[in-house]
Design a protein. Structure first.
Length: 188
């Protein structure tokens, strides 16, 4: 079952998409489609949600979204550079979408120390309606999931039913939904 606090965050995003008349597309790596799952659990979301590319491996990021091999070689997939290319790439591939968000990171275990629990999220938007309008980055940020987990409801923080990786996925999904919401309604 999906945690209620994530359903609430997804509901807020749906409300913002509805109010703004926007359509969203996602590119998910470390969350493995969790954000898409949350959104598609909401009735009526098909009017505002185009889909999600789950691009877990480098080759898929390159072939599906156009992430440059040199970006991955220089910065790895746990980087704001890769998150930017993912968001811009999925938006270019989805003519009906006006907003795109991407997430990439390493949720462990066995992550290199400097990448352990790190996520990078990018949000891109079309500033002018229509497929010919070039997408622009709205925001790109890096987060440490362990710090984000402290903001989750106490019953989820201490839940014995979740592994550390799963806790990090929940925190990452929530942060991605929060950034999408702030892009759609900056004053929210």
């Amino acid at each position: 079952m999906l945690p209620e606090f994530l359903i609430q965050a997804a509901t807020q995003v749906k409300g913002a998409l509805t109010r703004q008349g926007q359509r969203l597309v996602l590119a998910e790596s470390c969350t493995g489609g969790l954000v898409a799952n949350l959104l598609t659990s909401l009735p009526g979301i098909s009017e505002y949600f185009c889909g999600s590319a789950v691009v877990y491996r480098w080759d898929t990021k390159m072939k599906w979204l156009g992430v440059k091999p040199e970006t991955l070689e220089e910065y790895t997939d746990v980087s704001i550079e890769t998150a930017c290319e993912m968001a811009l790439g999925v938006l270019r591939q989805t003519p009906e979408a006006s907003v795109a968000a991407s997430i990439t990171g390493h949720l462990g275990p066995d992550a290199p120390q400097q990448q352990d629990g790190v996520i990078c999220i990018a949000v891109a938007m079309r500033t002018v309606p229509g497929f010919d309008s070039p997408p622009e980055l709205f925001t790109v940020k890096t987060f440490q999931c362990d710090a984000l987990m402290e903001e989750m409801p106490l019953d989820i923080q201490t839940g014995a039913d979740f592994t550390l990786r799963q806790h990090r996925q929940l925190a990452a999904a929530r942060q991605m939904l929060n950034l999408i919401l702030s892009a759609l309604e900056p004053s929210a």
